[in-house]
Design a protein around this ligand. Structure first.
Ligand code: BGC
Length: 493
């Protein structure tokens, strides 16, 4: 994992916000970079589609195979487990094979996974398909943004990362849409199989392109590197750009794993790791993955109604609120957004838990038989406000902070560790959600998520420094200066 993973370049948003970067005399983004943007868009769509699609597919799978709750959890969550492994090996693959061939490999793995899922004769093959597909998702989620960031000029990098985040939510939305259109006859095989299409498109788009200049420099192919720079940024001095890349690579490769986990960087590691885990323990993916199941329990009686509620209340709201966050994130501080969002999530979860407290009194099937009740509508309202609160706060900002807190030579590995923790926590939540519901109740499960929102509020208040308006060098210096650190933590949240 020697290369920085998926969201490493987020911090470059700040440079993009520099007014000089908006200078109209700046050259326009080249067509080559637009094609690279398309690669990134497809990677995000793939990622999002596979996160969202299972919500609508579950009811058909249940009807056909009659799996136990535990097996349903495995079918749902092992895509995350595959993605965790994929993300961990992706750095090495991207270094050995190049970013471009790694993306081709991810697409092939992805198509195999999607076909295994779509043609599965039983739950075992289905689970294998989920794992394989997850590995493809994980690899693409690292190699795609890396390829995008390395090919873009500084002025475009922030936009590239925002584009990726938007694409993930649009992918979730499209998946919910496919679910809605195909749920009528429980055509779950088609829902899952469709995801092979963007993977094939990804191969077709990425194959005619070149690898990134950074990778060519790494493997000593200087002429190729210069060629790419000329295509991507025709206006810059290619030799100078290559020299910059060489310098950047030298500083990025310094830290060993021992140094990353040393006392020196313990505080940023706690901040990044804590936020990565809390982003998941507050329940987002339980809602993304099991939205239809939740709406069924809330009394939305037909699968089509459930899918419609999921499409707009979860999918649509997620895209809109993420768009707002992406447009305005740099105007507000990180701490106020994290705090307001966590409060919103906490109150929404209490509302949903309260609604389910009423609904739990009748079984889910009874609730469905009685149609949407007031309590069901309250659960819907709570879900909408939860998703909106997440999408403008913990969703994007956690990744912003994770990418800001480490000094550059520690960042690659530090972000990798936080990303792996995030996947692991996502897996733990989706693997246990239905069992926790069975063991306690639906409202019990939401109260647990609400508890973790309270923990997040405490954690942000106690540990997270305000990084807005600081250069990365200032953030780095802050960790060694206890007074400055306390001042940044005490900044209004
Ligand atoms: C999280 C994902 C989540 C997505 C929802 C991201 O920030 O890391 O786990 O599914 O937001 O939009």
């Amino acid at each position: 994992m020697s290369t920085p993973p998926s969201r490493v370049r987020q911090v470059d948003c700040e440079r993009v916000d520099d007014p000089q970067m908006r200078d109209h005399t700046q050259p326009r983004t080249s067509r080559y970079v637009l094609a690279v943007g398309l690669v990134l868009l497809l990677c995000g769509l793939l990622f999002g589609y596979d996160q969202g699609v299972i919500s609508g597919a579950l009811s058909g799978i249940e009807k056909e195979f009659g799996p136990s709750t535990f097996v349903i959890e495995i079918i749902t969550s092992w895509v995350t487990l595959g993605a965790m492994v994929g993300a961990l090996v992706a750095g090495v693959l991207a270094d050995r094979l190049g970013r471009r061939f790694t993306l081709v490999l991810a697409s092939v793995i992805f198509v195999v996974g999607a076909l295994l899922e779509a043609l599965a004769p039983g739950t075992t093959v289905l689970v294998v398909g989920r794992l394989v597909l997850g590995a493809g998702v994980g690899i693409a989620s690292v190699a795609g943004p890396l390829y995008g960031a390395e090919n873009a000029a500084a002025r475009d990098r922030g936009r590239m990362v925002s584009l990726y985040q938007m694409a993930v939510t649009i992918g979730i939305f499209l998946a919910y849409w496919a679910d809605y259109l195909l749920i009528e006859n429980d055509r779950w095989r088609l829902m899952l199989g469709i995801s092979a299409v963007p993977a094939v498109l990804l191969v077709l788009v990425v194959l005619p392109l070149r690898d990134s200049a950074t990778w060519y420099v790494k493997v000593g192919r200087r002429t190729d590197a210069e060629d790419v720079v000329r295509k991507a940024e025709p206006e810059v001095d290619a030799a100078q750009r290559i020299a910059d890349i060489e310098q950047g690579l030298a500083s990025e490769q310094q830290a060993s794993w021992g140094e990353v986990f040393s006392r020196t960087w313990r505080r940023p590691l706690i901040v990044a790791g804590g936020l990565a885990v809390l982003q998941q323990l507050t329940g987002i993916n339980a809602i993304i993955y099991y939205a239809n199941t939740i709406f069924a329990a809330a009394g939305f009686d037909s699968p089509t109604q459930q899918s419609l509620a999921t499409l707009w209340a979860v999918g649509g709201v997620n895209v809109l609120a993420t768009l707002i966050a992406v447009l305005y994130v740099d105007r507000f501080g990180r701490k106020p957004l994290l705090t307001i969002g966590s409060w919103g999530m906490l109150l929404s979860l209490l509302l949903v838990a309260g609604a389910f407290f009423r609904l739990d009194e009748v079984s889910a099937s009874d609730a469905a038989a009685h149609g949407t009740s007031n309590a069901g509508l309250l659960a819907l309202v709570g879900t909408v406000t939860f998703i909106a609160s997440f999408a403008f706060s913990l969703g994007p900002i956690v990744w912003t902070v994770i990418n800001e807190v480490f000094p550059s030579h520690v960042r690659g590995k530090g972000v990798a560790a936080a990303t792996a923790l995030n996947w692991f926590a996502a897996w733990a939540v989706t693997q246990t959600f239905l069992s926790v519901v069975d063991l306690t109740s639906t409202s019990g499960a939401f109260l647990i998520f609400a508890f973790f929102c309270a923990v997040t509020l405490w954690f942000v208040h106690r540990y997270v420094p305000e990084t807005k308006g600081r250069t990365l060098e200032e953030v780095q210096a802050m960790w060694a200066d206890p007074d400055e650190l306390e001042r940044a933590i005490a900044a209004r949240d």
